[in-house]
Design a protein around this ligand. Structure first.
Ligand code: ATP
Ligand code: MG
Length: 576
């Protein structure tokens, strides 16, 4: 391809809407253009990158034994009603009505349809396991589309779904898929961390996310990982050991109620009573909403947690198996017969969950459900006995790994893929069964596995760039090589450049000839911005029969004879 005809409109200015570097670079280098929030045109360079990512994904999925198919994007609502998700998916789903006034939707994901296909087409255990995938545009009306392709409303996803006769078979495929995922991202030039992730209130048994660790705002997920062992988890899910608080081995002292006028927060109370927050038990009241089929149902619950420890609302949601959760308002707390800032479990007519962080506490401060008062030297057993012990604590950086005792470190990551063991969540709801070896009908055991193809392509830019532009990993670079004649008006340079261009094409190198009548500085800048892995410059040295070869990464210029340049380029690019 000749640069003079390539549609890669580079920009000098950074577009205001682009907050993070990878988004800015893809705009500036002429890879993408925004159509509406979260919706982009992939210009020719981007489309080449995306096709390469797709091809890597495809090869690894095929190698993992999965079969490619293609389901429609336009889906009937009734399948989603059968699974229950029509009602719970919320505003992220693009819903529409057809001319017959029937509800339809644009697929945000395809568990429902694939389960229906399995239900209709797979009869016997003999056909299992089976793993099906597609690479397709997905639609989600994200509340905050941002960061270019990282969080779009229309984006490209690879989604696969596996069907099994039992958990053991799912386990095997799950492992194969996780290994394939690691390889896919490696082949795209990305190193990823596989982290334990949240399965959601109605999720399956286990899930992982594949994260590209970044230092910037682009990393929307916070993760904790252990330096000493392999443990890594999304903070939503992370577990850790909590240190035993001071006072854990004290003798019980007599319970007292003392005045604490207006001391409603942990900080105020701690200063006023001259005790550390880790000697105070916080009682928080939450309103939980939506349980299973009962979308409208609301319940209040109280959570006991140590004063210096935050609640992890994702863990709490999972514990309660509810869809929505929020702290109760002061008015709601009053209506429950207590008072905000002075709430405690004794005599409270609510379900009370006690976080493990308070289990070993002795002689602690507790709310008495009376205004301007607190209990001091409260103790479990004697004064109150929690019935339900739970882990709803947000783990923090610096705490100990629950597996090996190592120190937990914090990082931010871009989630490029995830894997779920769904179990029979969809198959049992939708009546998707097979005949097992003993002749009985059983629901399929399922797994599902996603990769954000467009997100992965941009994550590579977030991970691989420098001050001059993108540094594409060779396997997903839009082109491998740019040939730049310094002066297109010079017939010798022009002829040499044309010849290199022809030779490169014949050698299977994907090449651009920058035939534009531009100053060399402009051409070099564009080449760096676009991020071609290799550049051959044909300049004055051509009179001695030499050209300059330069890798985008590393940046050292080497002189090579014209007739050896393409062989050298091939070996530098790893093309055989
Ligand atoms: P997130 O937590 O980032 O919203 P998700 O859990 O909703 O992701 P899945 O539904 O599991 O994601 O989708 C599978 C993959 O699709 C994700 O791992 C991610 O790489 C990609 N993906 C999800 N939402 C988007 C989006 N809005 N834009 C681009 N890629 C996305
Ligand atoms: Mg999402």
């Amino acid at each position: 391809m000749r640069m003079s005809h390539l549609l890669a409109p580079t920009l000098r200015e950074v577009p205001a809407e682009a907050e993070i570097i990878s988004h800015q670079l893809l705009m500036r280098a002429g890879f993408i253009r925004r159509v509406s929030p979260g919706v982009y045109t992939y210009l020719p360079l981007m489309w080449r990158v995306l096709k390469k990512v797709e091809e890597i994904v495809r090869q690894e999925m095929d190698r993992a034994g999965a079969q490619e198919l293609m389901m429609p994007i336009l889906l009937p609502a009734d399948l989603w009603m059968a699974s229950g998700r029509w009602f719970v998916y919320g505003k992220e789903m693009f819903r529409l009505k057809n001319r017959h006034d029937r509800d339809e939707l644009l697929g945000p994901t395809h568990e429902e349809l694939i389960t229906d296909i399995a239900k209709n087409e797979i009869r016997s255990y003999r056909q299992l396991p089976i793993n099906l995938y597609q690479i397709q545009n997905k639609f989600r009306d994200e509340i905050r589309p941002r960061f270019g392709l990282l969080r779009g409303r229309e984006f490209i996803m690879k989604d696969s779904y596996s069907f099994h006769s039992d958990e053991k078979s799912l386990e095997e495929t799950y492992e194969v898929m996780c290994r394939a995922y690691t390889r896919i991202f490696e082949r795209c030039g990305l190193s990823t961390r596989m982290v334990d992730s949240d399965v959601g209130a109605i999720g399956g048994s286990s899930a992982h996310e594949f994260m590209v660790v970044v230092e910037t705002d682009a990393g929307e997920n916070a993760l904790l990982y252990c330096d000493s062992c392999q443990y890594a988890a999304n903070v939503e899910r992370a577990e850790s050991r909590i240190e035993i608080v001071p006072g854990a081995f004290e003798e019980q002292e007599p319970l007292e109620k003392i005045p604490t006028p207006n001391m409603k927060t942990i900080d105020d109370l701690s200063a006023f009573l001259k005790v550390l927050p880790n000697r105070i038990v916080k009682t928080l009241i939450y309103q939980a909403e939506g349980f299973g089929e009962k979308m409208e149902e609301k319940k209040f619950v109280a959570v006991l947690i140590r004063g210096d420890v935050p609640v992890n609302e994702v863990k709490l949601k999972n514990t309660l198996a509810c869809y929505e959760l929020r702290l109760a308002t002061d008015e709601e707390i009053s209506a429950l017969g207590t008072i905000s800032g002075f709430v405690g479990p004794i005599g409270l007519k609510l379900r009370v969950l006690a976080d493990e962080s308070v289990r070993e506490m002795k002689n602690f401060v507790l709310g008495p459900n009376e205004k301007d008062q607190h209990l001091v030297h409260a103790n479990w057993g004697r004064d109150y006995e929690p019935k339900e012990w739970v882990d709803v604590r947000q783990s923090q950086v610096g705490e100990q790994c629950s597996r090996c005792g190592g120190e937990l470190k914090q990082a931010r990551g871009i989630e490029v893929g995830n894997t779920f063991k769904l179990g029979t969540k969809y198959s049992s709801k939708m009546g998707a069964t097979f005949t097992d070896v003993d002749g009985t009908e059983k629901p399929f055991v399922m797994g599902c596995y996603g990769i954000g193809v467009s997100r992965t392509a941009q994550a590579a830019v977030e991970a691989c760039h420098d001050k001059n532009g993108i540094v594409w990993p060779v396997p997903i670079a839009p082109y491998h090589l740019v040939v730049v004649p310094v002066n297109v008006g010079d017939p010798v340079q022009k002829e040499a450049a044309e010849s290199l261009y022809r030779q490169a094409q014949e050698a299977g190198i994907e090449v651009i000839l920058d035939d534009r009548d531009e100053r060399p500085g402009v051409k070099f800048k564009d080449a760096d911005l676009i991020g071609f892995p290799l550049r051959i410059t044909v300049g004055k040295t051509i009179t001695e029969g030499n050209v300059e070869l330069k890798e985008r990464q590393g940046g050292e210029v080497i002189l090579v004879p014209l007739n050896e340049a393409i062989e050298k380029a091939k070996s530098m690019l790893g093309i055989r």
